[in-house]
Design a binder for this molecule. Structure first.
Ligand SMILES: Cc1cc2nc3c(=O)[nH]c(=O)nc-3n(C[C@H](O)[C@H](O)[C@H](O)COP(=O)(O)O)c2cc1C
Length: 198
């Protein structure tokens, strides 16, 4: 059985090396934010806000604040020429509610799929210098940057590898530079039907 969104999700792997010289038009980035705005959110409060960055100078100032690929030991992150051509920063109220991060995660997931549908790749980043990010991207009053999404044309390929429950979840890169990411199977994700209670 085919399912458009499932296929998109399979293709929408996190990518950390991009074709930096391929710009991402602002119209495309606006469409990603529009998609995020259509996502479900708790009590329909719609408290998240989004900044688009696609000029070389601001991208260059944001890049050093980001931390890439914790599992790829010794890799300093994308080299000049393979850095993201654009970013979307998700801002959320600094005084978080229990649902704030859930809302941000759903919005980010929608944008990830929308980016892939537009032929682009992305990587979400939670590891960044929160103290210094306001030097580059201002948040509205009472808000702070919660999540950064790097966007661009992929310059690396990713293969999904089978993962056994309890196995090693770390992604890796092989000798040819291909990225591999382990994922559990549907059977391992699904609990047996008998596990629900009347
Ligand atoms: C909330 C969140 C935070 C993440 N933060 C980072 C990060 O700071 N740096 C990074 O390189 N990747 C980050 N990632 C990407 C994950 O490492 C990636 O999703 C994971 O390895 C699985 O790969 P996949 O997205 O291709 O399925 C983050 C992903 C999510 C969802």
């Amino acid at each position: 059985m085919t399912n458009l969104v499932c296929d998109l999700a399979r293709e929408a792997r996190s990518v950390r090396r991009f074709r930096e010289n391929e710009p991402v038009p602002v119209e495309v980035l606006r469409k990603l934010v529009q998609t995020a705005g259509l996502a479900p959110c708790a009590a329909n409060l719609q408290q998240l806000r989004f900044s688009i960055i696609n000029d070389g100078s601001t991208c260059g100032r944001l890049f050093p604040l980001l931390k890439w690929a914790g599992y790829l030991e010794g890799w300093p992150g994308p080299a000049p020429g393979e850095r993201p051509a654009a970013y979307i920063v998700i801002h959320a109220p600094s005084q978080e509610k229990p649902f704030t991060r859930i809302d941000a995660g759903i919005a980010a997931g929608y944008m990830t799929l929308a980016a892939r549908a537009a032929g682009l790749s992305s990587c979400l980043l939670l590891s960044f210098d929160r103290e210094r990010i306001p030097e580059v991207v201002e948040s509205p009053d009472g808000m702070s940057a919660m999540l950064v999404m790097a966007v661009g044309a992929a310059a690396e390929e990713v293969t999904i590898e089978p993962l056994e429950p309890g196995g090693d979840v770390r992604y890796w890169r092989d000798g040819t530079g291909r990225h591999h990411v382990p994922k559990l199977s549907l059977d391992d994700l699904l609990l047996p039907q008998g596990s629900t209670k009347e």
